[in-house]
Design a binder for this molecule. Structure first.
Ligand code: GAR
Length: 232
Protein backbone atom coordinates (compact mmCIF):
# COMPACT_ATOMS: atom_id res chain seq x y z
CA UNK A 1 0.00 0.00 0.00
CA UNK A 2 1.27 3.43 -0.87
CA UNK A 3 1.90 6.25 1.54
CA UNK A 4 -0.88 8.26 -0.07
CA UNK A 5 -3.39 5.45 0.56
CA UNK A 6 -2.45 5.47 4.23
CA UNK A 7 -2.86 9.22 4.34
CA UNK A 8 -6.35 8.69 2.94
CA UNK A 9 -7.06 6.25 5.75
CA UNK A 10 -6.00 8.84 8.28
CA UNK A 11 -8.38 11.32 6.72
CA UNK A 12 -11.21 8.79 6.88
CA UNK A 13 -10.67 8.35 10.60
CA UNK A 14 -9.35 4.81 10.32
CA UNK A 15 -6.10 4.06 12.13
CA UNK A 16 -3.62 2.46 9.71
CA UNK A 17 -2.11 -0.61 11.40
CA UNK A 18 0.26 -3.41 10.46
CA UNK A 19 -0.01 -6.77 12.24
CA UNK A 20 2.92 -9.14 12.84
CA UNK A 21 2.12 -12.78 13.56
CA UNK A 22 3.96 -16.10 13.56
CA UNK A 23 1.34 -18.81 13.99
CA UNK A 24 -2.34 -19.56 14.25
CA UNK A 25 -3.46 -15.95 13.91
CA UNK A 26 -6.61 -16.12 16.03
CA UNK A 27 -5.89 -12.64 17.41
CA UNK A 28 -5.49 -11.33 13.87
CA UNK A 29 -8.83 -12.96 13.00
CA UNK A 30 -10.44 -11.21 15.96
CA UNK A 31 -9.17 -7.88 14.62
CA UNK A 32 -10.47 -8.64 11.13
CA UNK A 33 -13.87 -9.69 12.50
CA UNK A 34 -14.15 -6.62 14.74
CA UNK A 35 -13.17 -4.37 11.85
CA UNK A 36 -15.77 -6.02 9.61
CA UNK A 37 -18.41 -5.63 12.33
CA UNK A 38 -17.71 -1.91 12.48
CA UNK A 39 -16.37 -2.15 16.05
CA UNK A 40 -12.73 -1.40 15.25
CA UNK A 41 -11.93 1.77 13.25
CA UNK A 42 -8.70 0.53 11.69
CA UNK A 43 -7.32 -0.16 8.25
CA UNK A 44 -5.24 -3.34 8.41
CA UNK A 45 -2.67 -2.27 5.82
CA UNK A 46 -0.62 -5.44 5.91
CA UNK A 47 0.15 -8.64 7.81
CA UNK A 48 3.79 -9.67 8.01
CA UNK A 49 5.36 -12.84 9.34
CA UNK A 50 8.61 -14.67 9.95
CA UNK A 51 6.77 -17.95 9.11
CA UNK A 52 5.83 -17.98 5.42
CA UNK A 53 3.41 -20.91 5.84
CA UNK A 54 1.65 -19.78 9.00
CA UNK A 55 -2.12 -19.75 9.35
CA UNK A 56 -2.12 -16.04 10.17
CA UNK A 57 -0.94 -15.20 6.63
CA UNK A 58 -3.68 -17.39 5.16
CA UNK A 59 -6.28 -15.62 7.29
CA UNK A 60 -4.99 -12.29 5.98
CA UNK A 61 -5.06 -13.47 2.37
CA UNK A 62 -8.61 -14.76 2.86
CA UNK A 63 -9.56 -11.27 4.09
CA UNK A 64 -7.88 -9.57 1.11
CA UNK A 65 -5.14 -8.01 3.24
CA UNK A 66 -1.64 -7.63 1.69
CA UNK A 67 0.88 -10.04 3.23
CA UNK A 68 4.63 -10.30 3.37
CA UNK A 69 6.86 -13.01 4.85
CA UNK A 70 10.55 -13.49 5.23
CA UNK A 71 12.56 -16.35 6.72
CA UNK A 72 15.24 -15.80 9.31
CA UNK A 73 17.45 -18.38 7.62
CA UNK A 74 17.87 -16.01 4.65
CA UNK A 75 19.55 -13.41 6.88
CA UNK A 76 22.95 -13.43 8.55
CA UNK A 77 21.76 -12.24 11.94
CA UNK A 78 18.84 -10.83 13.92
CA UNK A 79 19.67 -7.22 13.13
CA UNK A 80 19.68 -7.70 9.36
CA UNK A 81 16.44 -9.72 9.46
CA UNK A 82 14.72 -7.09 11.57
CA UNK A 83 15.96 -4.26 9.38
CA UNK A 84 14.51 -5.97 6.30
CA UNK A 85 11.23 -6.68 8.09
CA UNK A 86 10.84 -3.14 9.40
CA UNK A 87 11.83 -1.57 6.08
CA UNK A 88 8.88 -3.45 4.58
CA UNK A 89 6.63 -2.41 7.46
CA UNK A 90 7.56 1.24 6.93
CA UNK A 91 6.32 1.06 3.34
CA UNK A 92 2.79 0.58 4.74
CA UNK A 93 3.12 3.82 6.75
CA UNK A 94 1.34 2.39 9.80
CA UNK A 95 0.58 4.56 12.78
CA UNK A 96 0.50 1.42 14.94
CA UNK A 97 2.29 -1.94 14.70
CA UNK A 98 0.52 -4.78 16.49
CA UNK A 99 2.46 -7.87 17.56
CA UNK A 100 -0.28 -10.51 17.72
CA UNK A 101 1.48 -13.78 18.42
CA UNK A 102 4.75 -12.66 16.84
CA UNK A 103 7.25 -15.03 18.42
CA UNK A 104 10.58 -13.33 17.73
CA UNK A 105 12.66 -11.11 19.94
CA UNK A 106 13.23 -7.79 18.17
CA UNK A 107 16.51 -5.99 17.71
CA UNK A 108 16.62 -2.86 19.93
CA UNK A 109 17.46 -0.64 16.94
CA UNK A 110 14.17 -1.33 15.15
CA UNK A 111 12.23 -1.05 18.38
CA UNK A 112 13.75 2.38 18.97
CA UNK A 113 12.85 3.47 15.44
CA UNK A 114 9.16 2.71 16.13
CA UNK A 115 9.13 3.80 19.76
CA UNK A 116 5.61 4.38 21.06
CA UNK A 117 4.05 2.97 17.90
CA UNK A 118 4.24 -0.74 18.67
CA UNK A 119 2.16 -2.88 21.05
CA UNK A 120 2.30 -6.58 21.94
CA UNK A 121 -0.16 -9.01 23.48
CA UNK A 122 1.44 -11.38 25.97
CA UNK A 123 -0.27 -14.25 27.80
CA UNK A 124 0.52 -13.37 31.41
CA UNK A 125 -0.23 -10.71 33.97
CA UNK A 126 2.97 -8.78 33.32
CA UNK A 127 5.37 -8.09 34.96
CA UNK A 128 4.89 -11.77 35.85
CA UNK A 129 6.26 -14.30 33.39
CA UNK A 130 7.86 -12.52 30.45
CA UNK A 131 9.01 -14.95 27.75
CA UNK A 132 7.63 -18.43 27.12
CA UNK A 133 5.51 -21.10 28.92
CA UNK A 134 3.50 -18.50 30.81
CA UNK A 135 0.51 -20.75 31.57
CA UNK A 136 2.63 -23.50 33.11
CA UNK A 137 4.66 -20.96 35.07
CA UNK A 138 1.49 -19.47 36.59
CA UNK A 139 0.34 -22.97 37.57
CA UNK A 140 3.74 -23.93 38.99
CA UNK A 141 3.77 -20.78 41.11
CA UNK A 142 0.35 -21.61 42.57
CA UNK A 143 -1.11 -18.31 41.35
CA UNK A 144 -4.80 -17.64 41.95
CA UNK A 145 -5.08 -15.39 38.91
CA UNK A 146 -3.72 -15.57 35.40
CA UNK A 147 -4.30 -13.42 32.39
CA UNK A 148 -3.05 -11.50 29.42
CA UNK A 149 -1.47 -8.08 28.95
CA UNK A 150 -1.20 -5.56 26.14
CA UNK A 151 1.94 -3.49 26.52
CA UNK A 152 4.07 -0.97 24.67
CA UNK A 153 7.06 -2.66 23.03
CA UNK A 154 10.38 -1.41 24.38
CA UNK A 155 13.88 -2.83 23.82
CA UNK A 156 13.61 -5.18 26.83
CA UNK A 157 11.47 -8.28 26.16
CA UNK A 158 7.90 -8.01 27.52
CA UNK A 159 8.95 -5.20 29.85
CA UNK A 160 7.25 -2.14 28.35
CA UNK A 161 4.47 -0.25 30.13
CA UNK A 162 1.34 -2.40 30.46
CA UNK A 163 -1.72 -0.65 29.01
CA UNK A 164 -4.46 -3.18 29.68
CA UNK A 165 -5.05 -6.63 31.13
CA UNK A 166 -7.64 -9.39 31.18
CA UNK A 167 -7.75 -11.69 34.19
CA UNK A 168 -9.10 -15.17 34.85
CA UNK A 169 -9.22 -17.23 38.04
CA UNK A 170 -7.11 -20.38 37.97
CA UNK A 171 -9.19 -23.44 38.84
CA UNK A 172 -7.98 -26.47 40.80
CA UNK A 173 -8.17 -28.79 37.80
CA UNK A 174 -6.58 -26.37 35.30
CA UNK A 175 -3.57 -27.38 33.22
CA UNK A 176 -1.62 -25.27 30.74
CA UNK A 177 -3.92 -26.25 27.88
CA UNK A 178 -7.20 -25.48 29.67
CA UNK A 179 -5.81 -22.18 30.94
CA UNK A 180 -4.69 -21.16 27.46
CA UNK A 181 -8.05 -22.16 25.98
CA UNK A 182 -10.04 -20.19 28.56
CA UNK A 183 -7.79 -17.17 28.20
CA UNK A 184 -7.75 -16.96 24.40
CA UNK A 185 -11.24 -15.46 23.87
CA UNK A 186 -10.43 -12.84 26.49
CA UNK A 187 -7.16 -12.07 24.68
CA UNK A 188 -9.16 -11.42 21.53
CA UNK A 189 -11.48 -8.98 23.33
CA UNK A 190 -8.58 -7.35 25.16
CA UNK A 191 -6.60 -6.68 22.00
CA UNK A 192 -9.60 -5.38 20.06
CA UNK A 193 -10.74 -3.13 22.92
CA UNK A 194 -7.27 -1.73 23.40
CA UNK A 195 -6.72 -0.94 19.72
CA UNK A 196 -10.20 0.59 19.48
CA UNK A 197 -9.31 3.03 22.28
CA UNK A 198 -6.01 3.88 20.57
CA UNK A 199 -7.80 4.40 17.24
CA UNK A 200 -10.31 6.71 18.94
CA UNK A 201 -7.45 8.58 20.61
CA UNK A 202 -8.71 7.67 24.10
CA UNK A 203 -5.36 5.97 24.75
CA UNK A 204 -2.31 8.00 23.77
CA UNK A 205 1.00 6.17 23.39
CA UNK A 206 4.51 7.49 23.93
CA UNK A 207 7.87 5.71 23.77
CA UNK A 208 7.77 4.50 27.35
CA UNK A 209 4.46 5.82 28.60
CA UNK A 210 0.72 5.98 27.91
CA UNK A 211 -2.28 8.04 28.96
CA UNK A 212 -6.00 7.28 29.16
CA UNK A 213 -8.17 10.28 28.35
CA UNK A 214 -5.11 12.45 28.96
CA UNK A 215 -4.46 11.00 32.43
CA UNK A 216 -1.67 8.84 33.80
CA UNK A 217 -3.14 5.86 35.62
CA UNK A 218 -1.65 3.91 38.50
CA UNK A 219 -2.45 0.53 36.98
CA UNK A 220 -3.43 -1.01 33.66
CA UNK A 221 -6.96 -0.76 32.30
CA UNK A 222 -8.98 -3.89 33.08
CA UNK A 223 -11.21 -5.86 30.72
CA UNK A 224 -14.71 -6.20 32.15
CA UNK A 225 -17.34 -8.88 31.57
CA UNK A 226 -18.96 -6.47 29.08
CA UNK A 227 -15.84 -6.63 26.90
CA UNK A 228 -15.00 -3.00 27.64
CA UNK A 229 -11.83 -1.63 29.22
CA UNK A 230 -12.12 0.49 32.32
CA UNK A 231 -9.82 2.18 34.79
CA UNK A 232 -11.67 0.81 37.85
C1 GAR B 1 -1.53 -15.55 22.12
O1 GAR B 1 -1.86 -16.30 23.25
C2 GAR B 1 -0.59 -14.44 22.49
O2 GAR B 1 -0.84 -13.89 23.76
C3 GAR B 1 0.73 -15.15 22.48
O3 GAR B 1 0.68 -16.01 21.39
C4 GAR B 1 -0.68 -16.39 21.16
C5 GAR B 1 -0.99 -16.09 19.72
O4 GAR B 1 -2.19 -16.72 19.35
N1 GAR B 1 1.84 -14.24 22.37
C6 GAR B 1 3.02 -14.48 22.92
O5 GAR B 1 3.27 -15.48 23.55
C7 GAR B 1 4.05 -13.38 22.69
N2 GAR B 1 5.10 -13.52 23.64
P1 GAR B 1 -2.76 -16.50 17.88
O6 GAR B 1 -1.65 -16.82 16.89
O7 GAR B 1 -3.89 -17.46 17.76
O8 GAR B 1 -3.21 -15.07 17.78
Amino acid sequence: MSVSASAENSRSGLLPIVVLASGRGSNLQALIDARDAGALPVEICGVLSDKPKCQALQRARDAGIPTFALSARDYADRASFDQALFARIAEFSPRLIVLAGFMRILDPTVVAAFAGRMINIHPSLLPKYPGLHTHQRALDAGDEKHGSSVHIVTPTLDAGPVIAQAQITIQADDNAETLAARLLPLEHRLLCACIALIARDRIQLAADDWCYDGQHLQRPLQLGADGELSSR
